[in-house]
Design a binder for this molecule. Sequence first.
Ligand SMILES: NC(=O)CC[C@H](N)C(=O)O
Length: 461
Amino acid sequence: MEVLAQTQRVSLASFNNTPACHVRRPVFISRSQFCGGNQPFESAVSRQVLTASTSRRGDALILRCQGSNGAAAAPWAQKDARLVLEDGSVWEGRAFGTQGTALAEVVFNTSLTGYQEILTDPSYKGQFVVFTHPHIGNVGINFGDMESEKCHLGGIIIRDLSASVSNYRSTKTVDEYLKEQGVLGIADVDTRAITRRLRDTGALNGIITTDMTTPAEELVQQTKSWSILGKDLIREVTCSEPYEWKDTTEHEWEFNPNVLARNGEQPFHIVAYDFGIKHNILRRLASFGCRLTVVPADYPASKVLEMNPDGVFLSNGPGDPSAVPYAVENVRQVLGKKPVFGICMGHQLLGQAFGGETFKLKFGHHGGNHPIRYAPTSRIEISAQNHNYAVNPETLPADVEVTHINLNDGTCAGLLCKPKKAMSIQYHPEASPGPHDADVCFEQFIEMLKEERAGKAAVAA
Ligand SMILES: NC(=O)CC[C@H](N)C(=O)O
């Protein structure tokens, strides 16, 4: 994109902090009513300030972007990226992040906050996220809110990319971060219309591309040649070696007095299977007094049992839960031998280890306001969710209770098997981003670990 400058005479009345051009939408706005060299102009889009000389009062500066055909095109009208969906629809918009072409499953997320946590949640591997919140990027990117080491999703689809960043923790813009991560972004598309389409059709495959020449029909064919079903995406996001984790959540998170009351007790040792684990899950477990060893997704259950942990944790993760039988087998082997807690993918793997089956939802649950009923007390939680699959409760054995129910569609959102000391939830109690109502799940797991420890002590005595 080449920026051109030219002068054009406009009326004096329009020249005092008013648009520098009143024949087109203003791009640069005069900050001064004087003429001469070094007159400041501010971009209405990026707040960039430049100086230009105006030869006489009444001369103004117009900046224009050169379109691909060489003709001048306004930046707000510039279309240099496409989202092509497998239903044949094509959405033209403005590219940001990296350049190129990527193919993934398109899902929408309705969270109002937390785009950085969503960008760095490994569970989004193989997916593009449409943000229904219309304005993304206003608080930039910071070190503290990373949910993993990188941005795993294939691309993001947004209405409006914030032209400026305002946050004291921010170290870079979303655009810079996506460029660095090699991830595509498309802005200035009608995200409301795309979301309504996905809600009607269900999740669709899509291509985001900055190539504006390949015919759309060809791209539509490509979207149809791929499926996320049956793919093991966990192998692409799991750690390669076991490691220890100690960080807790920061002070403002410690709204739960039971966390603080536990200080001083001997920590519980948890082995956490990393299927694409989010950092805040590890931080919350550490805050509840756990010492954590994180292991790769295919780490043999026999080696986990050799470590003799107090409990085993099964993390969230990307893709189809029925495509990872090796993980289900590991869970089966620890079941009944150690207390187990699973979150999201971990819940789905636990469901399969019990003998149950998973199925794909129409467009999944991705957002920060999904209501859940905890069946034993009828307590309602507002929860953070991100999943496309669910456990079919009818396929579970009799000793497994459905403890949590999603009130939007009645799907199974939590399980408990008392005899085997195993529990799970389909959503995200670590709440990063999202409401904290489900934090109590960590406490319930800790109670399970305490019971187990007390039971062992009683046998030993
Ligand atoms: N957040 C997760 O763990 C997602 C689990 C699984 N990939 C799903 O989409 O249902």
